[in-house]
Write a protein that binds this ligand. Structure first.
Ligand code: PMP
Length: 392
């Protein structure tokens, strides 16, 4: 096992070593996190709508926990399929205006098993180069050919679609909002290419669910494309503030996944208390529009304050705001200085992002106030000068 030590020290030399650090929520302060006894403004979580500490969600989970116990005890196909699943899946399908839906344990398992249930040897998956790792792993698991197209480059995708025209099944898959860049996929173009080439289209709304659409359905709804997407996936771990994931689509798609999605078949069902929490969170996501509105205005404010300070911040309307630093060590230093100033924001390094594009990924929450964000951008600016990312 000596090789592990050698590999770890070369990761450390490249400023690519990852370690686990302890964080704890701060009671009644959803926009904050505790680290080493210090309360930090949390600009690193995906609790976009500020629901993770919501007392009504917590209470619904507690009630169910006391009635149904700690765990579900078995996979859904055995005895883990509690009555609350069917109600939640009906509510999800109604929300997404789809025929049916299926809950998964988490987004990673949903993506990896749905893709491998839809395609196999002899098929091809067209995947954006910046898609989430769980999509990449799904393609690898499926054994289908992996045709990666340059980020949001629909011309490149078209070339690849032509090249693989005669493959048995073709699946185009994309994040709706890219997790490390916060930009949108070009969904309209993807829909028209899918139709032109007879491909299936799968969209991952992990970072757009809750934020877009009149009731938080996601970007596909916002653009009126919900009926054009064959496989609509989203998570409960981000805007919902809980844990888990869903897939929506046709009744037959869901019947197929129940038979073929290995993460559903061979893994224990989520605990009943979690399903209760997700169901309660769904009602908040659907009805508390002020959370989306506040998040949109915060995102705009934060982006424009950083741009005015002199940082290169791409235009956008999502709460994921990357500040590209480039060098891995400089990104780590930036993050450490932010922490000293009371801000939690992580340095994202390869392989999560392409080499040479290490960054601080800021992610905002509806729990943050305008003043907190303005103060944070002042502090980020100061550190930008200190590290030479900004020059006078
Ligand atoms: N898809 C995307 C785009 C993601 O960013 C993530 C999580 N970072 C996932 C899927 C996986 O979701 P989960 O955390 O529920 O496993």
């Amino acid at each position: 096992m000596k090789w592990i030590e050698e590999e770890l020290s070369s990761l450390a030399d490249l400023s690519l070593l990852r370690t686990l650090r302890e964080s704890a929520p701060v009671p009644n302060r959803p926009g904050y996190t505790m680290r080493n006894g210090q309360m930090l403004l949390n600009l690193a979580s995906n609790d976009y709508l500020g629901l993770a500490q919501h007392p009504v969600i917590i209470e619904s989970m507690r009630e169910k926990l006391l009635i149904d116990g700690a765990g579900s005890g078995a996979s859904r196909l055995v005895t883990g399929n509690g009555e609350q699943y069917a109600r939640l899946e009906e509510a999800l399908a109604a929300w997404q205006n789809s025929e049916a839906s299926l809950v998964f344990a988490n987004g990673y398992m949903a993506n990896s098993s749905v893709i491998s249930a839809l395609v196999g040897r002899g098929d091809v998956v067209f995947s954006d180069q910046l898609n989430h790792a769980s999509i990449v792993d799904g393609v690898v698991l499926s054994r289908a050919e992996h045709a990666r197209y340059r980020h949001n480059d629909t011309e490149h995708l078209k070339v690849l679609l032509r090249k693989h025209r005669n493959k048995r099944r073709k699946l185009i898959v994309t994040d709706a909002v890219f997790s490390m860049d916060g930009d949108h996929a070009h969904l309209r173009e993807l829909v028209s290419l899918k139709n032109e080439f007879g491909a299936m289209l799968m969209v991952d709304e992990a970072h757009s669910g809750g934020m877009f659409g009149s009731c938080g359905e996601g970007l596909c709804h916002e653009l009126g494309l919900q009926n054009e997407v064959d496989v609509h996936m989203g998570t409960f771990s981000k805007a919902f503030g809980v844990y888990g994931a869903y897939v929506c689509g046709s009744r037959n798609l869901i019947r197929w996944l129940i038979n073929k999605a290995r993460a559903l078949i061979y893994s224990t069902a989520l605990p009943p208390s979690l399903i209760a929490g997700i169901s309660t969170a769904l009602t908040f996501v659907q009805t508390e529009h002020w959370r989306r509105e506040r998040l949109r205005s915060s995102s705009w404010l934060f982006r424009s304050s950083l741009s005015e300070a002199g940082f290169h911040i791409a235009d956008g309307d999502t709460p994921i705001i990357p500040l590209i630093v480039g060098d891995n060590a400089a990104a780590l230093r930036f993050s450490a200085l932010l922490e000293q100033e009371g801000i939690a924001a992580v340095a994202i390094r390869p392989p999560s992002v392409p080499s040479g594009t290490a960054r601080i990924r800021f992610s905002l929450s509806a729990a943050h106030t305008e003043q907190e964000l303005v103060d944070a951008t002042r502090c980020i600016r100061r550190i930008g000068y200190q590290l030479g990312v900004l020059r006078a």
